[in-house]
Design a protein around this ligand. Sequence first.
Ligand code: NDP
Ligand code: F7E
Length: 312
Amino acid sequence: MTTLDRDATVYVAGHRGLVGSAVWRHLEREGFTNLVGQSSHELDLRDREATFEYFAKTRPDTVILAAAKVGGIMANSTAPAEFLSDNVRIQVNALDAAHEFGVRRLLFLGSSCIYPKLAPQPIREDSLLTGPLEPTNDAYAIAKIAGVLQVQGMRRQYGVPYISAMPTNLYGPNDNFDLRTSHVLPAMIHRFHEAKVAQAESVTLWGTGTPRREFLHVDDLARACLFLLENYDDPAPINVGVGEDLPIKELAELVAEIVGYEGTLEWDTSKPDGTPRKLLDVSRLHALGWTAEIPLQQGIRETYAWFTASAM
Ligand SMILES: NC(=O)C1=CN([C@@H]2O[C@H](COP(=O)(O)OP(=O)(O)OC[C@H]3O[C@@H](n4cnc5c(N)ncnc54)[C@H](OP(=O)(O)O)[C@@H]3O)[C@@H](O)[C@H]2O)C=CC1
Ligand SMILES: C[C@H]1O[C@H](OP(=O)(O)OP(=O)(O)OC[C@H]2O[C@@H](n3cnc4c(=O)[nH]c(N)nc43)[C@H](O)[C@@H]2O)[C@@H](O)[C@@H](O)C1=O
């Protein structure tokens, strides 16, 4: 157990995004006084020289690497070259700069999609690299796997206590609600809200509705990030999830009820389903003493309230 110095410089890379903004809020609540962040316009982490200059100037003590090119199933499957290239460049530059400028603690965020498409459920950390990937996000997964391996390599070669966490599907305030590029939960909130306002008779969702997914509120993830930085120091990536999943069809019914949409659901089966199931085994995290706290229904209610307030 290492208690992070509340006055040390902590760089939250991606601090305006879903995860980075939640991490920032949590660290502020926990008394951190010297948080730093840059928008992608101020610092494009794909630019190696600019990244090294920023680290040289800022000299962070701790880094949470939540900057990435991120998107839902369609964004991933239609722009694989960008998902691979952007993410490899962002993480290689940030990790190299962290080592060069003496960052003491670093958390790299991967994703549950790095595991094989048909991994035994719930998915244990040691399933990594045991089978073929899900084709709709294989490019992104390969980039993230490279990040996990770089962190492991840096630990072995330089002896730095850097770690990797693998969150399950996330949701919450500051998510991307764009109907083409978002993940399923923000897409459903947006679609059902629009349909309620327009009094539409039906809403069309993607795929068959049969795949199962697990959803973690981003405020829970933010708590887990600090917890891991203070309590976890191992080369193996660690899963972060709730330990429960549900079919997309049931999620749709739940979101429709919360939003107050009473029309029917249609399924566009020309759109991809993705992996049939992605439930993380969270027993290692539970054994360390951390569990998720925000129930799905409450989290969706709060996210819907945030969505309507921010759309005003
Ligand atoms: N959302 C999810 O369901 C999941 C996310 N994760 C992981 O969590 C991390 C954060 O994801 P999330 O918060 O959802 O994503 P968001 O898209 O909400 O945020 C991504 C952030 O990265 C920044 N960013 C993107 N490209 C660059 C760049 N070239 N240079 C500098 N900054 C950049 C963006 O900055 P700006 O806003 O200034 O443009 C933004 O703040 C990622 O590593 C992702 O893989 C893992 C599992 C699930
Ligand atoms: C976090 C994770 O997220 C992605 O993987 P995913 O879980 O498959 O992504 P998703 O949230 O977009 O979809 C989940 C399920 O939901 C169905 N679905 C229904 N209707 C809509 C809909 O309207 N939009 C979306 N996006 N999906 C829909 C959709 O067909 C699929 O069956 C990867 O990018 C991966 O890289 C990654 O890291």
